[in-house]
Ligand binder design. Structure first.
Ligand code: PRP
Ligand code: MN
Ligand code: MG
Length: 177
């Protein structure tokens, strides 16, 4: 039995596309001299963002994916992050950009970037479409952020509510009715 809800548009598809153009100009300025940039999407939420991002990135790239799962044990702040699916390729000496849909407590991206840094990439940067700074439990900030948002329950553009609504072309907020 699901609580009924509606979804109110919060960030339009047009606003997302405009923001991605700006972010990509900055990424190209940073990585313009790369021989190849490995763009790493965190499954599953980043799949829409990474698809739009790489098509706007005028750089030689490779795409790889990694799946991490965070689960709460007794205290949320000691959350562990496990790697469910690792990268296919080695990243030692490579330029790497980690792509995430949203940073909430920060545990996922914090853990993943530390893990990837331990593999000695040449350069390692991160980008998140959304950030909820008010929810942070670890001191982590992505190198690029699309939009800072308040602590709302958001869905769409890859982000799910109980695995639903990932296919909405915009970011919406859930409102229970
Ligand atoms: C969500 C989201 C981020 C993470 C952010 O993923 O896509 O990956 O949580 O939370 P954090 O900053 O508190 O770690 P989720 O675990 O729901 O998996 P999904 O991407 O498959 O939906
Ligand atoms: Mn995720
Ligand atoms: Mg999820």
């Amino acid at each position: 039995t699901e609580r009924p809800y509606v979804i109110d548009e919060m960030i339009t598809a047009k606003a997302i596309a405009a923001r991605i153009e700006t972010l990509c100009r900055e990424i190209v300025a940073e990585f313009g001299d790369t021989d190849k940039l490995v763009v790493v999407g965190l499954l599953r939420g980043s799949f829409v963002f990474i698809a739009d991002l790489v098509r706007e990135l005028d750089l030689p790239i490779e795409v790889d994916f990694l799946e991490a799962s965070s689960y709460g044990d007794a205290t949320e702040s000691s959350r562990e992050v496990r790697i469910l699916k690792d990268l296919r390729g080695a990243i030692e000496g490579r330029d790497v950009l980690v792509v995430e849909d949203i940073v909430d407590t920060g545990h996922t991206l914090n853990h993943v970037t530390h893990l990837l840094a331990s593999r000695n990439p040449a350069r390692l940067k991160s980008i998140a479409l959304l950030d909820k700074p008010s929810r942070r439990e670890v001191d982590y900030r992505a190198d690029w952020i699309g939009f800072d948002i308040p602590d709302e329950f958001v869905v769409g553009y890859g982000i799910d509510f109980a695995q639903r609504n990932r296919n909405l072309p915009y970011i919406g907020k859930v409102r229970f009715t």
